[in-house]
Design a protein around this ligand. Structure first.
Ligand SMILES: *Cc1c(COP(=O)(O)O)cnc(C)c1O
Length: 374
């Protein structure tokens, strides 16, 4: 057996709607009924007023920061353990990312560390609901409100995750999502920005499409971007939202299966679900502990030779050469992230994984741990 880390859940419905878009000739990000439909349905899904489609998660993050007016010299407090797209989006605006260390169990931003990093230039707290587990938003919002900061949510890995019963993405001031092929909901490549702020929604809509003029189209209102998402991709998004209940069930069943199958292996730190959380388990990330700490390369190589594809966890921002070289951060800034990140990896856990595949993967993990723990 050969099990890939992720396979998207696609069926005849995606094909049908993409075909509709093709037949209508609506293949751009400017025309086509699926653009509006995807935005309307996604806004309903998150329970927010506005949703704006964009070309991917990275451009969603950049557009969100540009929309709220983040500029050169502003400081953005950001979770260190994330996809670097989160951090790069800050740099695109000439702003300064300030990596914040994470909680050792959820791997999310540790809100207790925020206050000490606030300066007169701090404008934003950019939280990332990492690997599907919601950030503890209560304390984050309290710090933000007390210090007049905006809260931007990176929901690329947590579509449908809930904090105290409320879907994430609708809690902070503005949110960015990715629909890359391995994300919980996918359009292949794609993204979204959501907000309840009418003015920001209009600004995001303008900026994502070159800020074309309202009177004279080619007298632009601002320096815009082309971050449009084609109608073809939006058709896939509409079909994905239709199967949300199925996707949610599959993700939860995948996590429940692995949590049970691996719970007795003390060398594996498994994902958690806090009392405030409804975890969507984007990918099943684990951290090697005890006798297996420092042996990630061997574990991954062994699993690969047995037909199980795995992937390393993110290298945190405070360990990134391009950020260290610019004097933005240093490894010692976030000791918790540095203590586990190089021992983290995930196993096959996409929306379309089969029960037999999970059984096979769990068995291989068990045998490899057995072999390497001595
Ligand atoms: C995937 C991801 C992104 C980037 O999204 P793309 O669609 O790949 O540009 C940003 N942040 C996080 C946390 C992600 O997982």
């Amino acid at each position: 057996m050969n099990v890939p880390v992720s396979r998207p859940l696609l069926d005849a419905r995606e094909t049908e709607l993409v075909n509709d878009a093709m037949v209508a000739g609506d293949i751009s990000g400017y025309h086509g009924k699926f653009i509006k439909e995807f935005e309307t349905k996604f806004a309903e899904f998150i329970s927010v007023k506005h949703a704006v489609t964009v070309s991917n998660g990275t451009t969603a993050l950049h557009l969100a920061l540009a929309t709220i007016g983040i500029t050169a010299g502003d400081e953005v407090l950001v979770s260190t353990f994330t996809n670097m797209a989160t951090v790069f989006s800050i740099l695109y605006q000439g702003a300064v990312p300030v990596p914040i260390d994470c909680e050792p169990d959820t791997w999310n931003i540790d809100s207790r560390l925020l206050e000490a990093k606030i300066t007169s230039r701090t404008r934003v707290i950019l939280v990332v609901h990492i690997f599907g587990h919601p950030v503890d938003m209560g304390p984050v919002m309290a710090v933000a409100r007390a210090n007049n900061l905006f809260v931007v949510e990176d929901v690329a890995e947590a579509h449908g995750a809930e904090y105290n019963g409320k879907r994430v993405g609708g809690i902070g001031d503005i949110a960015a999502y990715s629909f890359y092929a391995n994300k919980i909901l996918t359009t292949g490549e794609g993204g979204m920005v959501t907000t309840n702020n009418d003015e920001w929604a209009a600004r995001a809509r303008s900026l994502k499409s070159l800020a074309f003029g309202t009177q004279n189209k080619f007298m632009h209102d601002d320096v815009g971007f082309n971050y449009r998402l084609p109608n073809l991709q939006c058709a896939i998004g509409v079909a994905q939202l239709e199967k949300w209940e199925d996707i949610k069930r599959r993700k939860r069943e995948m996590a429940a299966f692995y949590l049970d199958a691996l719970k007795d292996i003390s060398e594996l730190q498994l994902p958690v679900e806090k009392l405030y959380a409804f975890n969507m388990y984007w990918m099943f990330l684990m951290v090697l502990r005890g006798a297996l700490k420092g042996k990630r390369a061997a574990v991954m190589a062994q699993l690969k030779s047995r037909g199980v594809e795995t992937r390393e966890g993110f290298v945190p921002a405070n360990e990134q050469n391009v950020l260290i070289a610019r004097g933005i951060t240093k490894p010692a800034d976030c000791p918790i992230a540095s203590s586990f990140a190089s021992d983290s990896f995930y196993i096959p856990s996409g929306t379309n994984i089969l029960k037999e595949e999970m059984q096979f993967v769990a068995q291989q993990v068990r045998e490899v741990v057995e072999q390497l723990r001595v």
